[in-house]
Design a protein around this ligand. Structure first.
Ligand code: AMP
Length: 357
């Protein structure tokens, strides 16, 4: 792919905060952005040159979108595979490719690919019935987590099974839909890597981040993670392998559990920019958003150099009301998503606190 010249149009499927920050980064490189999203008045649409409000199965809207843009990318992984296929049928360039999207939509396929690449995963089993669940519990042993195979995010669609007696209740809460049972990993810390692969196959990764979740939602990230160079190198090598296996173009994340014996367990991948990479906006030579736009536009990747340490704090629900205090802190950079309503559990913004040494 020859690099897109400034003035070209980047299409983004999805209108959330990730799309908004991608659109802002694209604008800095001289691109226009068109957004297609089912959501009216979305965070991304409000900073884009154009937006189409349509469902992802609206064939006419997809066709018009494909014709108006030079490349199409996604800001969330649950874009239906059929939509990506329809765009490709309309001769659009879609990056990352639909295979990467499909993989991230199915926790079983994702773990199978991880295993085939030699990544350690939690023990797992696909679950379609109560009988499957009991057989898998007998093999894996409690505690475990039952999750929906598809469309889970931010801890939604999950039930802990602390003991065998909890199994039927967990099954009833999540069925009937394809499920996965995972062995519970008593991790020491949660880590993630944000990596990028260019259209030319070049690879770059940011320093590992260390993440704290609450109620399944990311609350706080610190970068760099407090890990050895060996762990850092292992995570980086895994990301490079995954990028190559998927012939990936763009930014992606892998989330890991770091075990007390220093094993790195791959939990999941996200085929997009990631909340645990927001610190790169303020603490790196080029942000994950710029990096993604560069990759999908066929530009060379930028340096992933970290300029200072950083801590990223998500503002969730009414935590948005703390913006005044953060705005008064000279070392805090405030990023707000322009969402009209602060519902509980909704990501409203984030703050990056730069840590000067
Ligand atoms: P996920 O939707 O898979 O990212 O899960 C959300 C969060 O739940 C993770 O970031 C972990 O904190 C926790 N979690 C998920 N799966 C496991 C597991 N197999 N063992 C321990 N904790 C888990």
């Amino acid at each position: 792919m020859s690099p897109l010249a400034p003035g070209a149009v980047i299409g983004i499927l999805g209108g959330g905060q990730l799309g908004r920050m991608l659109a802002l980064a694209a604008a800095e490189l001289g691109f226009d952005v068109h957004v297609l999203t089912p959501e009216q008045d979305s965070p991304a649409a409000r900073v884009a040159a154009r937006s189409i409000v349509a469902d992802y199965d609206d064939a006419a809207a997809l066709l018009a979108f494909a014709e108006a843009v030079d490349v199409i990318t996604t800001e969330f992984e649950n874009v239906p595979a059929a939509a990506a296929d329809a765009l490709i049928a309309a001769h659009a360039i879609v990056a990352p490719n639909p295979r990467a999207l499909a993989l991230a939509q199915d926790r079983v396929a994702e773990k199978q690919l991880f295993a085939s690449l030699g990544f350690e995963t939690a023990p797992f089993a696909p679950i379609d019935s109560r009988a499957d669940l009991h057989a898998a519990l007998a093999r894996i042993g409690a505690p475990t987590i039952l999750k929906t195979r598809r469309l889970g995010y931010d801890g939604k669609g999950q039930a802990r099974i602390a003991a065998l007696a909890d199994a039927d209740e967990a099954f009833a809460a999540l069925a009937p839909q394809p499920l996965i049972l995972e062995g519970f990993c008593a991790f020491e810390r949660e880590l993630s890597i944000i990596a990028a692969r260019g259209a030319d196959g070049a690879f770059g990764a940011y320093d590992l981040s260390e993440n704290e979740h609450g109620g399944g939602i990311l609350r706080r990230t610190r970068a760099p993670a407090r890990v050895s160079a060996e762990i850092e190198a292992r995570a980086r090598a895994m990301a490079q392998l995954l990028g190559e296996a998927l012939d990936y173009v763009g930014v992606f994340a892998i989330e890991f559990f770091l075990m007390p014996d220093e094993r790195l367990i791959a939990n999941e991948m996200a085929p997009r920019v990631h909340n645990s990479g927001h610190w790169t906006q303020d603490a790196c030579a080029a942000s994950q958003f710029e990096q993604h736009i560069r990759a999908v536009a066929g530009w060379p990747l930028a340096a992933t150099t970290r300029l200072c340490d950083a801590e990223m704090i998500n503002l969730i629900g009414d935590e948005i009301d703390q913006w005044r205090a953060f705005a008064a802190d000279p070392d805090a950079r405030v990023h707000l998503y322009g969402k009209r309503e602060a519902r509980p559990g909704r990501k409203m913004g984030h703050v990056t606190r730069l840590i000067r040494r």
